[in-house]
Write a protein that binds this ligand. Structure first.
Ligand SMILES: Nc1ncnc2c1ncn2[C@@H]1O[C@H](COP(=O)(O)OP(=O)(O)OP(=O)(O)O)[C@@H](O)[C@H]1O
Ligand SMILES: [Mg+2]
Length: 257
């Protein structure tokens, strides 16, 4: 589904992403792990159109999408969540979901003025869709809560919900587990698995929480110092000497199996 070929992204002299080639297969939940500063978020930002790569190419289902802007990628079905959640804190959970761009007729003034009933009908459809998403994520009790009042984990669920308001093909998740308690983390990972199985989403997941990676990701790709170091099943990753060294070398805590 996604092919990244020889991507380089430099910040001045720093090779944040250094000749990365990888692919994410359709229907997979592919993990991306690696020590802090490995270049994971930079790679995501390059795929998601936030940065243009210095060189290399990115393909979505054989279409060259290198250098496309985030909104163009959005229209092609590539969505991302952020390492830090981006909710509208003074809007409710329901309103946050209804804000997701959806080729809304209401934004077109001609429609707004002359085809009021059509706009209203579409708004009702969007509201119904948002409520469906809220139910899917078990957030019904928070429908009218201001997003700013949600816990960190609930905000991550809301971000996942935003990807469900449109027909996503590929969802990039940057540290959905960060700062989230165990119970909610299980809910998030269950939601990811259900979206993958029931709605046919493909996921590319950056995560430091190895339990989450082990539970949901196959394969797992390891980056270190801008490059891909290893790819395989989590069990192989866990026992790979180079991977262990890459983590320990940076002083990261590695959980013993
Ligand atoms: N906008 C930027 N300008 C300059 N340097 C940057 C920028 N963004 C990231 N970097 C640097 O690029 C390298 C890779 O950073 P990146 O955020 O991609 O790592 P990461 O793997 O996502 O790390 P973490 O696990 O801590 O989130 C780091 O050395 C970082 O300091
Ligand atoms: Mg990062």
């Amino acid at each position: 589904m996604l092919k990244v070929q020889n991507i380089n992204k430099y910040f001045g002299g720093l090779k944040a992403v250094n000749n990365v080639t990888l692919k994410v297969n359709q229907g997979s939940i592919t993990g991306l792990i690696g020590p802090n500063g490995a270049g994971k978020t930079t790679l995501f930002n390059t795929i998601a159109g936030v940065y243009s790569p210095n060189s290399g190419e990115i393909f979505l289902e054989d279409n060259n999408i290198t250098g496309l802007k985030p909104h163009e990628l959005f229209n092609l079905g590539i969505l991302r969540t952020f390492q830090i959640a981006h909710e509208f804190s003074s809007l409710t959970v329901l309103e946050n979901l209804m804000m997701v761009p959806n080729k809304q007729l209401g934004e077109n003034l001609i429609y707004a003025w002359f085809k009021n009933s059509l706009v209203k009908k579409q708004e009702e459809e969007i509201r119904a869709k948002a409520i469906e998403v809220i139910d899917f994520l078990n957030l019904s009790h928070l429908t009218q809560e201001l997003a700013g009042n949600l816990s960190g984990g609930q905000k991550k669920l809301l971000e996942l919900g935003r990807t469900m308001m449109v027909d996503s093909k590929l969802v990039l998740l940057d540290e959905v587990g960060a700062g989230v308690n165990r119970t909610l983390l299980n809910e998030i990972s269950d939601a990811i698995i259900r979206l993958n199985k029931e709605k046919n989403y493909t996921f590319f997941v950056i995560e430091h929480d190895m339990d989450l990676i082990e539970k949901i990701c196959d394969p797992v790709i390891v980056m270190a110092e801008g490059s891909v170091l290893f790819e395989g099943k989590f069990a192989q990753v866990k026992s790979n000497e180079e991977v262990i060294e890459a983590y320990l070398g940076r002083g990261m805590k590695v959980k013993k199996a």
